[in-house]
Each structure stands twice: as C-alpha cells, then as structure tokens.
Design a protein around this ligand. Structure first.
Ligand code: ADP
Ligand code: MG
Length: 392
C-alpha cells in the first residue's frame, strides 16, 4: 500500500506525462485519432487465401490484400521484381497495340499499377485483381508450368537446386505448388502445401490432381471441364506467339466450392458483368465472357486436345485409349460437349463464371524468337491428365 503522498506523486507523474504527450499518442486530437483509426482499417492485411509462394512475415514479401479487395505483391529483389513489373506494365500498357499482348490480358489478373504504403514510398507492390475475390468459398490451386523451373540465366547451383526439388518436372511438365479445397460435408477447407505436389509421381499424379476437384462428396467434373476449356485458350495463345518464354510461372485455378452460393451469384451475374470495367473496388469482375470463350473453343479445343494426347503420349508414355477414342470422335462442336456436362448437372454447377484459370508469377519471363515449348509441353501434359480424370 502506497503512502498517500507517494500515491499522489504517481498520479501527478502520469498526468504530467499525459499532458506533455509523453508516449507520443496521448495528446492527439479526436480527429487525429479517428483518422489514424481509419488508416489502420485501410492497412493491407496478409492474403487469407494464399496457397503457395512467399508468405508474409517470411522476408516480408508475401502477398497482401488491399482494403479495396485487390491483391498486393511486393516487388522481389532484382532482377525478379523489376522483371515481373516490366512484364505487367508491358501487357497492360494503354498504348499497347501488340495483338499477342492484348490477347494475353484476359489470361492474367488485371494490373492496376504499383502501390506503396503511405509512410514507405520506396516499398513497391504490384496491385493486382484478386482472382478469387468474387468467390464465396474459393477452391484454389497453384500449378507451376513448364519443363524447367529455372531460367536460362540461372547459376549452376540454382539449376541443380530446382531439379532436386522436383526431378520429374522435365518429364511431367507441371508441379502442384499448393491448394485449398472446400469440403461441402464439413464446411471447411483442406489445404496442401508444396510437399504434396513434390511427392506425386507419374503413377499418383492423376489422383493427386483429382483431389483439387473433390469436395468431400463428389468429383466436380463441371469444374474440370471448364478448367480444360480455359487451359485450351491459354494453350492457343502460346501456340500463336514466339516472343516470350515463361519459366517458373504458374496457373492459378479457382472454382466456386459452395454450390448453393454459386447458384445465388449466378442470378446476379447480369448486374456484375455490367460493372466489369469499374476498377479494383468492384470485386466481382468477370474476365472472359461466354461468347469469347465459345468462339475460341470451337476452333481451338478439339485440335489442341487431340494434339496434346499425341504429343504427351509420344514424349512420356502416358497412355489412354478411351481418351484417344473420345478425342477422335470429337467434332468441331466442343461447346456442345461441354454444355452437356453443364446441363447434366442441371442447376448450380458448371457455370463458366464459377471457374477461373489465370497465369500468375512472372519473375522469370524473357523475350525470345521461338515458341515456348517447355510451357506448351506442360499445358498439354496437364490437359492430358485432366482429361484422364474426366474419363474415369
Ligand atoms: N492475383 C491473384 N489473385 C489471387 N491470389 C493470388 C494472386 N496472385 C497471387 N496469389 C496468391 O499468392 C500465391 C503466390 O503468388 P505468386 O505470384 O506466385 O508469388 P511468388 O512469387 O511468391 O511465388 C499464389 O499461389 C496465390 O495463392
Ligand atoms: Mg509463385
């Protein structure tokens, strides 16, 4: 128990310190306090649904979410960060007239330029559309594409390190880096980290990949089918260009895990599409319209899938007769095949807007004068395995 005099002096000290602004915060005005509170509320937070890559806190370069719903990716140290920024800037430049780059835009998250924290103007982030932003229960998977995870300028040690991480990359052409899958029976997510993808062999690859499309009750064949369409569009882009090579780049898969909400969202789709150009504040951006997808599918998908089957079979011996027959029997009307899958499911499932496949991670993109055979190989291999899953 303190003496009354001593107690008094303690109160005095606290009061004095308060009036003098002792800890630097106590003498701010109500308006300042309010604005600081608002600023805190607007501060970016770690992206809750990140499934792979650098995580926030580890070297502080993880993905963040801006309060307007966009995703913030801190620039990595040179040359990787500037390379990725240059790539996005080039593709989304207002004056861009290059038809290949313009066609590529729809396969990337939208780019909204760079962003820096107000108090750290030198810290640079890429401001990107959140590809999973409009989904209620997004199932997300990051798949690295290509036969090589290292670029042509990588040191010998770096090359060896990458090969050691997944020696099958050269043969398989893709690697699952992480996933989270919504389970309708439990209402929770199952997540898989890098080690999951690295543990997959040629034998277990199909089952390993199929897990992304299993919601605890059923295999979401509608999501597989639509993902195939979108990969085919990306493959088509790669087959038509000879100016860029991509190393250690990924495809980000997203589909709506909640069947009920998927349905509810579809009913509001007409409205959200009208707002597509509204910018980052609009979290319901829809990138590829049905008509766009259909026009390219009719020409692209059949030949691409057929070629994919022959190509991957020839190179690595994955074989499937049923797939081959199905592909041979396919007419140019790939749309109607997919529509059947959609309509068989009758209501909630199979809506195109409930599935996304976008290219991400461009820290190792290089100019070239030949087609990107490594990436094309990876896409075809991935298509082949997805088709096999559908057939089973
Ligand atoms: N535009 C985006 N929308 C939604 N999620 C994203 C987006 N970009 C990245 N992510 C999430 O962050 C992860 C890592 O992103 P990535 O660009 O590959 O970073 P890193 O260079 O660290 O590998 C992805 O696996 C994904 O989960
Ligand atoms: Mg990555």
């Amino acid at each position: 128990m303190l003496e009354p005099e001593l107690r008094m002096s303690t109160v005095d000290r606290v009061l004095k310190s308060y009036l003098a602004g002792g800890d630097g915060e106590q003498n701010e005005t109500a308006a300042e306090w309010k604005s600081r509170k608002a600023e805190r509320a607007r501060a970016p937070v770690p992206l809750s649904h990140q499934v792979a890559g650098h995580k926030y806190g580890i070297h502080k370069v993880g993905i963040l979410q801006h309060f307007d719903g966009t995703v913030l990716k801190q620039l990595q140290p040179p040359p990787r960060g500037p390379c990725e920024m240059h790539f996005y800037t080039q593709v989304f430049a207002q004056e861009c007239k290059d038809p290949h780059l313009l066609a590529l835009q729809q396969h990337l998250p939208k780019y909204y330029g760079t962003w820096s924290p107000p108090n750290k103007p030198k810290e640079l982030y890429l401001k990107l559309e959140d590809v999973a932003g409009r989904f209620a229960c997004p199932c997300i998977m990051d798949v690295k594409i290509g036969r090589k995870s290292y670029d042509p300028f990588a040191s010998h040690e770096k090359q060896e390190e990458q090969i050691r991480k997944y020696p099958l990359m050269e043969e398989i052409g893709f690697l699952i880096l992480g996933m989270r899958v919504y389970q309708v029976d439990s209402g929770s997510y199952i997540s898989q980290e890098q080690s999951y993808g690295r543990s997959l062999t040629k034998k277990t690859l199909k089952t390993g990949l199929a897990r992304f499309f299993h919601n605890g009750e059923e295999l979401r064949k509608d999501a597989i089918s639509l993902s195939i369409h979108k990969i085919c569009d990306i493959l088509h882009w790669f087959e038509g260009q000879k100016q860029l090579h991509f190393y250690a780049s990924s495809l980000l898969f997203v589909y709506e895990g909640s069947l009920h909400i998927a349905n509810t969202k579809n009913r509001t789709e007409g409205l959200t599409r009208q707002n597509d150009k509204a910018g980052p504040e609009n979290k319901t951006n829809v990138h590829v319209t049905s008509s766009k997808l259909k026009s390219s599918c009719g020409q692209v998908n059949c030949s691409s899938i057929l070629e994919a089957i022959h190509y991957v079979r020839k190179v690595n011996g994955f074989g499937s007769h049923s797939l081959h027959h199905q592909a041979n029997g396919m007419t140019a009307d790939m749309d109607s095949k997919t529509n059947n899958v959609v309509e068989d499911k009758s209501s909630n499932e199979g809506k195109e807007e409930n599935v996304e496949v976008r290219m991400i991670d461009f820290a190792h993109v290089f100019p070239s004068d030949s087609s990107d055979d490594g990436y094309i190989y990876g896409l075809r291999s991935l298509l082949f395995v997805l088709e096999q899953i559908l057939q089973d």
